[in-house]
Design a protein around this ligand. Structure first.
Ligand SMILES: Nc1ncnc2c1ncn2[C@@H]1O[C@H](COP(=O)(O)OP(=O)(O)OP(=O)(O)O)[C@@H](O)[C@H]1O
Length: 697
């Protein structure tokens, strides 16, 4: 065994020498020997102050894992607001603080005295400095270490009376619980990445020593996923670019810039499907949470999505996860109204009934000849109530974005009459629809703002939030710096009746950013999605030309798309056969999607009858299960699966006018785009060429 240190010295039979601040321990590492060596190292070091025995044992425990790929950077002199060490290994990057008074600073200088261990100020300072030192360290493949990947861990003397508790921004351990640091279900770093990061950190931090042990027989990289012979091309490309969920640890330089950017007011991140918009939003939340004390909010229009992203966030930044609320917009509004003593009365069938009764009274006025009731429901939901219009005069003047049935002033007056009758019926029933929830919540917030307010609000899939919802979310944080972040993609808008951010009075000029590299979908899947017509109708949510999927850079090669077309009676057996062809172990990463609930019901039944374990996508919360998820494409927004089966429904548009048909076709194209871009590696597209299609239950 050879130990290298600042100057070559001999300790027993070990030769120790230091070279540019790098300490080397060479030879076969035995735990007991290491412990002795570390003790000597601490005592004899000309760089490091003496350490208490328990800290030396902890450091030895770190070094004992050297052969398993762990690297240690040791700060020479303790310093207020700085980590004592950085530990880098398969489970991630940790900034380590010894949570007890270490040896008195050699200089006795007051400035180097520490704040009380574990004080929030000390924690925040340690976390910030460690993040800033490490963020952006490059590894192979053009990826860079994300600041949020650096976790703060405080290690206490296990002889202390109270066992340490993980609180706030801190993971607290002692010698008895130290193993929790090293164990991980899904490795975040590969051996070569650990080494690259450690070496670059040593360059960036000249007041640290990188302790290394040259082992004659390093343990082999154990992950079979990286075996070039066995892996599928796309899966291999993912494996090469990093272990599972590599976005938890690495981002590209553009993404890092967006995570770290300080915005002086509301900001927008857009970009085509799969470019990491949500990933960037989650990293930003982690960064902001670590730099603030209050609550933060992540919300979206899609009911089931917040839970899924909450699970990812708990992996990304467990220390601050309890300060970030993940909740859908309507649930949030409902909760607020409850807390303010004004709980809404919700009854979906009474809401439907209110509209149906209004329709049977007023349809003869001519609306029926233009479009069916469903069309007017969208008009009321998205255009009239969704935009918070309060008078016919406002409605007469509004630009009905995405709505293809042109309306004369008289016809607008008829729609307005339908809306007013609907409102009266809701009132009679004493019920509220979804938009009523949002407008009541907005009125509440204007009457009495939240106290304390959120320090940041992130809105994902913002393109599908109604204007009223945007106003509500804007009212929560106003134009405060880093307050409101809107994340979305105009190309994936699945509801007509959209808006411009300027309609909501949200100023994002100069704070709009675009992501352009797709990390989710393999090239074959992107090639299919590029041809979808929705590609040609995209803006940046504020009127300017957007950046479309057809122009993305694709990170992963490979991927496959299969097409099936045939008569209705052949659809079910072909779907079942195609799903069966997926290896059983991968079933949990499979989604079967369609545009309508009726279609999904039929497919659910067909798969279940064939003995395939299925579950409802709308109950999916990100928990790993081995069931195939079946649901509508609306429920799949923001999600991804290894394989996606998509039933191209036949649009039941017999007897509809050209304009309604056109709008439906546009919507169907956008849904197709969303469905296709949920698939990482495999997409199956089934189309019924004769008969009713899968919607015929
Ligand atoms: N820098 C990165 N390195 C590796 N993988 C990444 C990176 N950025 C994103 N990803 C992966 O890309 C996928 C898509 O990311 P994300 O869900 O954030 O995209 P999105 O733009 O929000 O997509 P959509 O608009 O379709 O919801 C995720 O699986 C994530 O793991």
């Amino acid at each position: 065994m050879l130990i290298a240190f600042a100057h070559t010295r001999h300790y027993g039979r070990h030769r120790v020498h230091a070279d540019a601040g790098v300490i080397r321990l060479a030879g076969k590492a035995q735990d007991a020997q290491l412990r002795r060596l570390m003790a000597r190292l601490a005592e004899l070091s000309i760089h490091h102050p003496p350490r208490p025995a328990w800290q030396r044992r902890v450091l030895s425990a770190f070094l004992a894992r050297y052969a398993l790929g762990w690297r240690l950077l040791l700060r020479r002199q303790p310093e207020a607001g700085r980590a004592d060490a950085l530990l880098i290994g398969p489970a991630g990057v940790f900034a380590v603080v010894f949570a007890a008074e270490t040896a008195e600073p050699a200089t006795g200088d007051r400035s180097s005295r520490r704040l009380p261990p574990g004080s929030p100020r000390e924690q925040a300072s340690v976390a910030r400095h460690a993040e800033e030192a490490m963020a952006g360290i490059p590894v192979l493949g053009g990826r860079r270490l994300a600041g949020a990947a650096v976790r703060l861990v405080s290690i206490a003397d296990s002889a202390a009376v109270d066992p340490p508790r993980s609180t706030g921004t801190l993971l607290s351990l002692d010698e008895r619980t130290l193993d929790r640091l090293f164990t991980t279900d899904s490795p975040r770093l590969r051996r070569a990445e650990v080494q690259q990061i450690a070496e670059e950190a040593a360059r960036r931090l000249p007041d640290h020593d990188l302790v290394s042990i040259v082992d004659e027989a390093p343990a082999p990289e154990s992950d079979a996923l990286f075996d070039a012979d066995t892996a599928h091309e796309a899966a291999r490309s993912r494996a090469v670019s990093g272990p599972f969920a590599s976005w938890l640890t690495f981002l590209d330089s553009r993404q890092i810039a967006l995570v770290e950017r300080v915005y002086s007011g509301p900001a927008r991140i857009s970009g085509p499907a799969g470019t990491g918009k949500t990933v960037v939003a989650l990293h930003r939340l982690a960064r902001l949470a670590r730099r603030s004390q209050g609550r933060l909010l992540f919300t979206t229009f899609v009911a089931s999505l917040p839970k899924v992203h909450q699970r990812s966030f708990e992996q990304l930044a467990p220390e601050v996860a309890d300060r970030v609320e993940f909740v859908s917009l309507h649930r949030w509004a409902r909760r607020l109204l409850g807390e303010r003593g004004r709980p809404p009365t919700e009854d979906q069938s009474a809401v439907e009934n209110s509209l149906a009764r209004a329709w049977s009274r007023l349809r003869a006025d001519g609306l029926e000849s233009l479009a069916p009731l469903g069309y007017w429901r969208t008009e009321i939901d998205r255009v009239i109530k969704g935009r918070g219009l309060t008078s016919l005069a406002q409605y007469q003047g509004v630009h009905r974005r995405g709505r293809r049935v042109a309306l004369t002033p008289d016809q607008r007056a008829q729609v307005w009459a339908l809306y007013e009758q609907y409102q009266r019926n809701l009132l009679d029933h004493g019920v509220h629809d979804y938009n009523d929830l949002l407008s009541a919540a907005l009125a509440e917030i204007r009457r009495r703002p939240l106290d304390p307010p959120y320090s940041a609000v992130v809105v994902d899939e913002v393109q599908d939030v109604v204007l009223l919802g945007l106003r509500l979310l804007h009212a929560l944080v106003g134009d405060q710096p880093n307050g409101l972040l809107l994340v979305g993609d105009g190309q994936q808008q699945v509801y007509a009746g959209g808006w411009r951010l300027s309609d909501a009075g949200i100023p994002v000029q100069g704070r709009g950013e675009i992501l352009r590299t797709n990390y989710r979908n393999s090239a074959g899947v992107v090639d299919y999605a590029r041809k979808v017509d929705a590609v040609n109708q995209v803006d940046d949510l504020d009127g300017a030309a957007g950046f479309a999927l057809r122009d993305v850079v694709v990170a992963h090669p490979g991927g496959r798309v299969d097409h099936w077309a045939g008569p209705d009676h052949d659809f079910d057996p072909n779907l079942v056969a195609a799903v069966r062809a997926i290896p059983i172990d991968d079933a949990g990463d499979v989604a079967v999607l369609a545009a309508t609930v009726a279609e999904t019901r039929r497919m659910f039944r067909a798969l279940a009858d064939a003995g395939i374990a299925v579950s409802h996508l709308d109950r999916y919360d990100g928990t790993q299960t081995d069931t195939v998820k079946v649901g509508t494409v609306l429920r799949a927004k923001g999600l991804e699966f290894s394989s996606v089966f998509w039933a191209l429904g036949t649009v039941g548009d017999v007897g509809l006018g050209d304009q309604v048909r056109r709008e439906r076709a546009e919507q169907a194209e956008r849904q197709r785009l969303v469905a296709a871009t949920r698939a990482r590696d495999y997409l199956w597209v089934g189309r019924v060429t004769a008969g009713d299609g899968p919607s015929a239950a």
